[in-house]
Design a protein around this ligand. Sequence first.
Ligand code: SAM
Length: 245
Amino acid sequence: MYAKLKKKYGQNFLIDKNITHKIVNLISDNNLKILEIGPGDGKLTYEIIKKKPQKLDLIEIDRDLVKDLNKKFGNYNFVRVINNDILKHDIKQCYDLVISNLPYNISSQVLIKLAVMQNIPKEMILMFQKEFAIKLLEKNLNAINSIINCFFCIKPKFNVSKNCFRPIPKIDSCVLKFIKLDQSLIKKNEIDSFIKFKRYLFSYKRKSLGNLLKKFDYKENFYLDIRAENLKLNELIKIFRKINL
Ligand code: SAM
C-alpha cells in the first residue's frame, strides 16, 4: 500500500495507535464542530469520531484517498469529505477545533491561513516536524511565531518519533495545541501590512532595527540598537503602529 503514497502531498501516515489516542485525547469536549486537514487513510479520523463531534469536515487533496474516505465515513451523517487543496479552499464555516497531522511542506502556509482567516478556530491540535515546532515555540521572535502569537497561545504537548510513521520521514514530529486569544493582538485591517512588515524585518534578521527602520518614518530612539528577534511581540507591534504602514 505504501508504494502508492504520494511524496508530493507529504503522505507520511501515522501507524502508532498510542499516538493517535494521545492526539485525540487532547480534544477537550464532545459535540464540537471539527475540521480535519489531510485525513489520509482516516486513522486519526476514526478516533476523532469517538469524541462524538457535532460536525466533522475532512479536507483531503488526494482524489484516490477521498474515494476510500467516502467509503469509510459515508455512513456518518455528520461527516463531510471535501476533495480540495486546503490552501485554495474558502473556509466559511466557524470551527471549534482544527486538527491535523499536517503535510510538512505546507505547514507554514496552512498555519498562517488558519490564523488570519475570518472565523479563527477556538482551538487547534496540530502536528509538525520538530524543527518547525521549535521555531513556533522559540522565545526569540522570528518570521512565523511573530504572526501566529498575535492570534494564539501555543502549548507544546508531546514529541512523536519518526518511527511512528510510514514511510518513515527524516525527522521526528511534535504535537502542539493552539488556543485562540480572547483578543487578537493585531486587527483584521492590519494583518496584510503587518505580514509585509515582519517579512521585511526577518529577511534581514542580522541587521539592527536602526538600519532596517531608516526607510520608514520612525522618529523614536527606542529599540534602534537591537535586532528584531530580540524584541517582545508587543514592542514589534508598537513599532509597526508607529510607522503607520
Ligand atoms: N492524517 C493522516 C495521518 O495522520 O496518518 C495523514 C497525514 S499526512 C502527513 C498529510 C495528509 O495531507 C495526506 O493525506 C495528504 O494527501 C494530505 N494533503 C497534502 N497536501 C494537502 C493539501 N494542500 N490540502 C489538503 N490535504 C493535503
